[in-house]
Design a protein around this ligand. Structure first.
Ligand code: SF4
Ligand code: SF4
Ligand code: FES
Length: 277
């Protein structure tokens, strides 16, 4: 039977080693299957986190041959050529503190998320039917596909190489903020937070986060760049700066929603009393 060799990190915060395991290859096998084979047949003490095995829970994030990936979405078949040269290397995400083997402590991401204010509906929206154009649905829906795997956070050099968790929220949280900021009913201005504690200026648009996203969210183009533009408009537009200085305009007064495109196809028609009979 065909086999493949895996070199799996074994250890904890104090240090560790890479241990090799020979695993029989089965049709459609993914790296998570190989880890499960090791747990069942070779070493029951290997630790990994997983839940769905369907690329939807975001739990099984790790680094395979140096790339941040979901283990349940990484096919052994696609790594066979590399495996001829060297064992497939599986290690925990490097950007987060290690707990054991392939399991990391990603709680910083949840603590950061809790700092972001939730949706705040416009005051005049209360009690009215909420009409949302399809174009707005599509825009926000892309961001809502996030499975919180934190692979984008892991690959981002601001967090990974420079460990600036103290000053930068990271791409996942930019996606979260974009989903709120671009929601047509939201009325909260998050630009000050983005500029200050969010550290959006630290992102230099390398797009590495976009490349690793298993949900194919256009993190940089659709979330970070529009948010950067909003921050730049507010804090670095010279005309606005002058008007703010003169007291003609408040710096954070304007929330600029993205333009909705009216369409009869997406218009929600309210039933008339006759139609309801
Ligand atoms: S584009 Fe920005 S957020 Fe994404 S990886 Fe690069 S620096 Fe980090
Ligand atoms: S944006 Fe993509 S890579 Fe980042 S946490 Fe969400 S699903 Fe994962
Ligand atoms: S096990 Fe759920 S995403 Fe991999």
């Amino acid at each position: 039977m065909e086999t493949i060799t895996l070199s799996v990190f074994r250890g904890d915060a104090a240090g560790g080693v890479f241990q090799t395991y020979e695993v029989p290859v089965t049709p459609g096998m993914v790296i998570l299957d190989a880890i499960h084979y090791i747990q069942k047949n070779l070493d029951t003490t290997v630790a990994c986190r997983w839940n769905c095995k369907a690329a939807k829970c975001g739990s099984c994030s790790a680094e395979v041959n140096g790339k941040p990936r979901l283990m349940c979405k990484t096919r052994v078949e696609d790594l066979k050529e590399d495996a001829k040269k060297a064992p497939i290397r599986v290690m925990p995400m490097r950007a987060f503190p290690i707990i054991k083997d392939l399991v990391t402590d990603v709680s910083w991401n949840y603590r950061t998320a809790s700092k972001i204010p939730p949706l705040v509906p416009k005051a005049d929206a209360a009690g009215k039917p909420f009409v949302m154009q399809q174009v707005d649905v599509d825009r926000v829906q892309e961001f809502r596909k996030c499975i919180e795997c934190f692979l984008c956070q892991d690959v981002c050099h601001v967090i990974r190489e420079h460990d600036r968790k103290d000053a930068f929220f990271g791409p996942r949280q930019m996606v979260r903020i974009a989903a709120l900021e671009m929601h047509p009913i939201d009325d909260l201005n998050r630009r000050e937070q983005l500029d200050a504690e969010g550290g959006i200026g630290m992102c230099n648009i390398t797009k590495c986060c976009t490349e690793v996203c298993p949900e194919h969210i256009h993190i940089t183009d659709n979330a970070i760049i529009p948010l950067k533009e909003r921050v730049a408009d507010t804090y670095f537009d010279p005309l606005r700066g002058l008007l703010t200085k003169l007291g003609v305009m408040k710096r954070d007064a304007i929330k600029q929603p993205f333009e909705s495109v009216e369409s009869n196809l997406t218009k929600i028609v309210q039933p008339t009393p006759t139609a309801m009979k």
